[in-house]
Design a protein around this ligand. Structure first.
Ligand code: UDP
Length: 470
């Protein structure tokens, strides 16, 4: 099929590294179906990992994916440190620039990440079909589709309801205090941003979800059956085309293999527990010491990505976190004592490649959706330690609903103590419970593979999506 500008799809990821990574995977899917793609980037003034380095690497490997960076806008007038509220504001302020860019591109369709639903008006003005790319799971989408209805039935904030279970169609009950932080309090700006976005979820032409139907069949059914929205409201068709797993981290920036992968080469099969907490996960100095002590006492081999603790100084809120000073952050002598069986990586590791390495046998994760999919894809059993965004809801879906992860008890308290870290890691790596979880994870891996194979559900969903686009 001919590739011309009338076959161009513009992809618009939410600000931040995590969203960009999955959008680039979607870009490759469209490329493979003969579309040309352009990824529009709006850079956050806060740090989420180096998008510039990532973009140049992707451009080098896939010259047919074009990137366009919108001019940077200032957020100095916005008085919130909430990342999501900042992301929404950034997208809103970038709308005029996006509009101009789209006018000069005249694409076939626009694919929006969730915080970019603030640009639906732009799409409407240009009469461009807009699709949503939902980078969390169908369960999470089901919850947010239903959120405006909940909002209308009560005047209370979730934060005042303790852990009372909230009923959502198609998903397990969610303790009120497990909804995403910005949604806890009706008094917050971010709450109303999410409410707006949730109301927009019924507007796109269709919704592409990074999941596979067999993973979340009940949520998929509830969405399709219109159970998540008020009667008479249309739910856009959903296309579960995942799991889309990044293949962009295989090499380090200078083309050499990362040191931690070399280290993994020398470790026994399935022997290493990997600890990594998303693009934004950071722990206090006290918490880092507890993790270190627990890891050391567990006696297990480990690969641990350590970041510097969050700063108390609000004036640094937009700055890149400094490299962690391991000598002062970790217990005295920790690195020497564990050097034989453990490796600490500063700030960032090529996670998808690490998980795919045969020496890795367990994963302590914040349960970001990409991390969950990457673990399932690699067949690595998880222990969840939810931190931010929708991760506490993901804990309910993945731990309580799917039984595909253990949980680090104390994640909802001030501190997870060393004894818990030790016990949970031992459980994951050497108990019967851990073995059973490994078997369930392997089964999920096989199902994910089948979904993406010829005749599989995700492949069929992609065919249907392509058809609706053309
Ligand atoms: N990631 C990585 N190295 C790190 C931390 C994160 O490669 O040290 C990648 C990870 O593989 C995943 C993404 O960043 O693809 C994080 O996405 P996720 O949805 O899990 O969490 P988020 O960062 O959005 O909270």
């Amino acid at each position: 099929e001919a590739v011309g500008s009338e076959r161009t799809i513009v992809l618009y990821p939410s600000p931040g590294m995590g969203h960009l990574v999955s959008m680039v995977e979607l870009a490759k899917v469209f490329l493979s179906r003969g579309f040309s793609v352009r990824v529009v980037i709006v850079d956050p003034p806060y740090n989420t990992g180096s998008t510039a380095a990532f973009v140049s690497r992707v451009s080098a490997a896939h010259p047919s994916i074009s990137f366009h960076r919108l001019p940077q806008v200032s957020l100095s007038h916005v008085h919130t440190t909430n990342q999501e509220a900042l992301a929404m504001e950034l997208v809103r302020l970038s709308n005029p620039d996006l509009l101009r860019h789209l006018q000069s591109t005249s694409p076939l369709a626009l694919v929006l990440d969730v915080f970019c639903l603030f640009t639906l008006d732009v799409a409407r003005e240009l009469r461009l079909p807009a699709y949503l790319f939902y980078t969390s799971g169908a369960s999470c989408l089901a919850a947010f589709l239903h959120f405006p209805s909940l909002h209308d039935t009560t005047t209370r904030s979730f934060k005042d309801m303790g852990d009372s279970p909230i009923d959502f169609p198609g998903i397990p009950k969610i303790p009120a205090n497990h909804v995403p932080l910005p949604v806890l309090d009706r008094g917050e700006v971010a709450y109303h941003g999410f409410l707006h976005i949730s109301r927009c979820l019924t507007q796109p032409e269709g919704t592409i979800i990074n999941t596979f139907e067999e993973l979340e069949p009940e949520a998929v059914e509830a969405i399709r059956g219109g159970l998540c929205v008020p009667q008479g409201t249309r739910t856009p068709p959903i296309y579960c085309i995942g799991p889309l797993i990044t293949s962009e981290d295989r090499e380090s920036m200078d083309g050499r293999r990362a040191e931690c992968l070399e280290w993994l080469d020398s470790q026994p099969r399935a022997s290493v527990v990997f600890l990594c907490f998303g693009s934004l996960g950071r722990f206090s100095a006290h918490q880092l010491k507890e993790i270190a002590t627990g890891l050391e006492k567990s006696g297990q081999r480990f690969l641990w990505v350590v970041r510097s603790p969050p700063s108390d100084d609000p004036s640094t809120r937009f700055e890149k976190p400094p490299e962690p000073d391991l000598d002062s952050l970790l217990p005295e002598g920790f690195l020497e004592r564990t050097g034989e069986r453990g490796m600490v990586v500063k700030s960032w590791a090529p996670q998808a490649s690490v998980l795919a390495h045969e020496s890795v046998g367990g994963f302590v994760t914040h349960l970001g959706w990409n991390s969950v999919l990457e673990a399932i894809w690699a067949g690595v059993p998880m222990v969840g330690w939810p931190l931010y965004a929708e991760q506490r809801m993901n804990k309910v879906f993945v731990v309580d609903g799917l039984d595909l992860a253990g949980v680090m008890e104390g994640y909802d308290k001030d501190l997870v103590v060393a004894a818990e870290v030790e016990a949970r890691i031992r459980w994951l790596m050497e108990s019967e419970g851990g073995q059973a979880l490994r078997a369930r994870t392997s089964a999920a891996k096989a199902t994910a593979g089948a979904a993406l194979s010829a005749g599989g559900s995700s492949r069929n969903a992609l065919d249907a999506l392509v058809e609706s686009l053309t």
